[in-house]
Design a protein around this ligand. Structure first.
Ligand code: URA
Length: 490
């Protein structure tokens, strides 16, 4: 908070005094909170306040007014919304937020639950816009390497729609903690020296070099992950709007890739299947994966556009079922049919699972089904694609997705089907025979209960004489799972 009305109490008989509050340019969360505290403490209603922005930009380093002594106790939903709206570019944001605070403290404590209220609706839309802007900045910002007197540094230029630099910077600190970097925007800069994050004056696009050695890596990455059979230019532009393209080296390839998409699809269909070449997760793959999806749909969009760790799969096979399902079943990796159709558990093992679930009284449609690894891995025998078990490294590569997926679905009970699922959920190799039954997946902080059982494909591989008994034991496990699920959902 800079020069501003320090709110002398209005004198008796004057009616309601008008107050002008000047906040610093950008997102002045501290200034707003402090002003709101003072205004509430002095009983100043929203109609008596004019919110403005200091003209002398004391952005980044202006002296703050002393904080109000009186704490402001707000309903939790109101307090949570404020930081998500303050960075919005709308000049009315502070006035709207103060109105929300005032109403919440004057008889409308549950106002935030009234989604149809025009003020609540508008503020929610504003916070969603901030969420989208942050997502774009996290996903589309690209650093260029600069060699200088102080050694290697990375610099990026980004033009957010809102005042989100300070809200976005901590993500890059976590993501690129070991690099010295600067993010330049038209409103200010964030500088990380490996230890401290500071803010400074704006930069310009020309302060960032046009290309560097990393550029070709991004471009190659994009060209190899581009799947011509699934190209949808409209969805592509919605997800990665054109205005960001100039910062992103890989987008230089888009026009040519789009032009060649039809031919490449025809070639892919004609081509015989080939044995995939193995490769290590590239740095760029990891960087693309390290995004911050806000919904299961956003997470799935990331998985869909990510190249398999071991190339060869037709597509990523995503989890199936609803957010909030009581039971989630985690398998190993999609098989041949799952890979072709893009759905989990529809091949022979999946059909056996469906039958056993039905016998145990579990509604498959009401459950969530997914896999530890999202892409099919195989070796070729003639023209047949023979399933190959994922390695521990591959399971750990995909663990990020499984963890996020389970966070979004939030099941009450997670069932690990077989050893790969157990490895994905616990990070450890645990024999099924030892751990079968209810199990605590302690990596997941008790967010859900766990249960370990065999994978249905194990039953398919057993000699005929052992099948019946093993299947009955599997159905028994599923019955226990059904009972546990019903108990947890009650
Ligand atoms: N096996 C699995 O683990 N998952 C599937 O989706 C199919 C078979």
């Amino acid at each position: 908070m800079g020069e501003r009305d320090l709110l002398p109490p209005p004198s008796a008989g004057e009616g309601i005094a008008a107050h002008t509050i000047l906040l610093r340019p950008g997102a002045d969360l501290t200034g707003f909170r402090d002003a709101a505290r003072r205004l509430v403490a002095h009983g100043v209603p929203p109609g008596a306040v004019t919110w403005g922005i200091e003209s002398a930009p004391s952005l980044f380093g202006g002296g703050a007014a002393p904080a109000s002594e009186t704490p402001l106790v707000l309903p939790r939903a109101v307090a949570a919304l404020i930081p998500g709206v303050v960075p919005h570019r709308d000049p009315e944001r502070y006035g709207l937020l103060y109105t929300l605070i005032w109403r919440s403290l004057h008889g409308e404590r549950h106002l935030m639950e009234v989604a149809s209220d025009p003020l609540v609706h508008r503020l929610y839309r504003m916070s969603k816009a901030i969420g989208r802007d942050l997502h774009k900045m996290h996903a589309f910002l690209r650093f260029r390497r600069v060699e200088g007197g102080e050694g290697e540094r990375y610099v990026a230029w980004f033009e957010p729609d809102h005042h989100i630099l300070e809200a976005a910077a901590p993500f890059f600190v976590r993501r690129f903690a070991g690099m010295a970097w600067t993010i330049l925007t038209p409103e200010g800069r964030a500088v990380w020296d490996g230890t401290t994050l500071t803010y400074g004056p704006p930069g310009s696009r020309t302060d960032v070099p046009e290309g560097d050695g990393f550029e070709a890596g991004w471009q190659t990455y994009y060209e190899t992950t581009f799947n011509p059979a699934r190209v949808n230019p409209k969805a592509m532009k919605a997800e990665m709007p054109k205005k960001y393209w100039h910062n992103m080296p890989e987008t230089a390839s888009i026009p040519a890739l789009l032009r060649g998409a039809a031919d490449r699809t025809a070639q892919m269909i004609e081509r015989e299947p080939t044995v995939p070449a193995r490769r290590e997760p590239a740095r760029a793959v990891a960087a693309m994966a390290d995004q911050d999806p806000k919904t299961l749909a956003e997470l799935n969009a990331i998985i869909r556009r990510t190249e398999p760790l071991v190339p060869g799969a037709t597509q990523a096979v995503l989890g199936e079922g609803s957010v909030g399902a009581t039971l989630a079943f985690v398998g190993e990796q999609p098989g041949d049919q799952e890979d072709l159709k893009g759905r989990p558990f529809i091949g022979p093992a999946g059909q056996l699972l469906s039958r056993a679930m039905a016998e145990a009284g579990i509604d498959r449609e009401a459950s969530y089904l997914t896999n530890a690894v999202k892409h099919f891995k195989f070796t070729l025998r003639g023209k047949r694609r023979i399933h190959e078990k994922p390695t521990a490294g591959e399971v750990s590569h995909y663990r990020w997705w499984l963890d996020r997926e389970l966070e979004f679905v939030a099941p009450k009970l997670v069932v690990a089907l077989g050893a790969t699922a157990v490895l994905a959920l616990t990070g450890k190799s645990i024999p099924i025979t030892r751990a079968r039954g209810p199990f605590r997946f302690d990596r997941h902080d008790d967010r859900f209960q766990g249960f370990i059982t065999v994978h249905p494909s194990y039953l398919l591989r057993l000699p005929d004489e052992a099948k019946e008994e093993a299947y009955a034991a599997f159905v028994d496990d599923l019955k226990r799972i059904a009972a546990l699920g019903a108990e947890l959902a009650a």
